[in-house]
Design a protein around this ligand. Structure first.
Ligand SMILES: Nc1ncnc2c1ncn2[C@@H]1O[C@H](COP(=O)(O)OP(=O)(O)OP(=O)(O)O)[C@@H](O)[C@H]1O
Length: 236
């Protein structure tokens, strides 16, 4: 049995009168990737935003390594060791690659040494070559790499990633998923929202399927009959 890093119980969340997250409970262990699947508009992004503190839950609990973070401010949650790579990547186009990476240091609790960028730049040579360029000069794939690299600067314990493969060429998608695996192998607990089901199943350990804000099916991503059932339910 692994060490539970993210523990969510009976989470509910609304946009006005719209009840978007309806009683979701899930756990993610250290060194595990949980895939979150479902059609457009079922609440996947809203679930991530609740965990990261961008949207407030109406009720329910969210614990990070045992500590209650439900309803806390995003920067406080970030300093507890939870980082999010949002769907729109949130790269600041007018800032250089280096400056965008330095923003990742805000996720550190104490001092924020720029030396923390060194191992990350070693891992991403294409970004290292471009540290002084404005981020706007990067390709879509490089911007996704930058978004991933930026969270790695602060060694997060829990990582939420929203549709990283969207709009990217297959070779870049493979690179991105290789990085997700590396983070998992380094001990991160990862929640991965993906529409690219076949690619995502190859990297996830477990998955949940969401329909109208509720988990309707879940299982082990390595179990062939379970995967088949998921693909049938999604009709892909
Ligand atoms: N800021 C908002 N205000 C009001 N309604 C919203 C807001 N953001 C999302 N919604 C609605 O909440 C529902 C869930 O949206 P969400 O983005 O979480 O779904 P999703 O499963 O991530 O879909 P997608 O794959 O299209 O991103 C949708 O009906 C959406 O229109």
């Amino acid at each position: 049995m692994g060490e539970t890093m993210l523990h969510i119980r009976d989470l509910n969340s609304h946009y006005g009168l719209s009840h978007v997250i309806q009683g979701i409970s899930l756990d993610v262990q250290k060194g595990e990737i949980l895939g979150v699947f479902g059609r457009n508009g079922v609440g996947k992004t809203t679930l991530l935003k609740n965990i990261a503190g961008w949207v407030k839950p109406s009720s329910g609990s969210i614990r990070l390594d045992g500590k209650d973070i439900g309803g806390s401010e995003p920067d406080a949650i970030n300093r507890e060791g939870l980082a999010i790579v949002p769907e729109d990547r949130r790269i600041f186009p007018g800032l250089t690659v280096q400056e965008n990476l330095e923003l990742g240091l805000l996720g550190l609790k104490g001092p924020k040494p720029v030396s923390k960028l060194d191992p990350v730049l070693e891992r991403f040579p294409r970004l290292a070559e471009r540290v002084r360029q404005p981020a706007t000069t990067l390709s879509g794939g490089e911007q996704q790499m930058l978004a991933m690299a930026r969270i790695m600067v602060a060694d997060p314990r829990v990582v939420l990633i929203d549709e990283p493969s969207e709009g990217l060429a297959p070779m870049i998608v493979a690179e991105i998923f290789a990085i997700v695996r590396e983070m998992r192998d380094a001990g991160c607990a990862i929640v991965l929202v993906e529409q690219n089901i076949h690619e995502a199943l190859a990297v996830c350990d477990r998955f949940v399927l969401i329909e109208r804000g509720t988990i309707v099916f879940e299982g082990d991503a390595e179990d062939e009959p379970t995967r088949e059932k998921l693909l049938q339910k999604l009709a892909v």
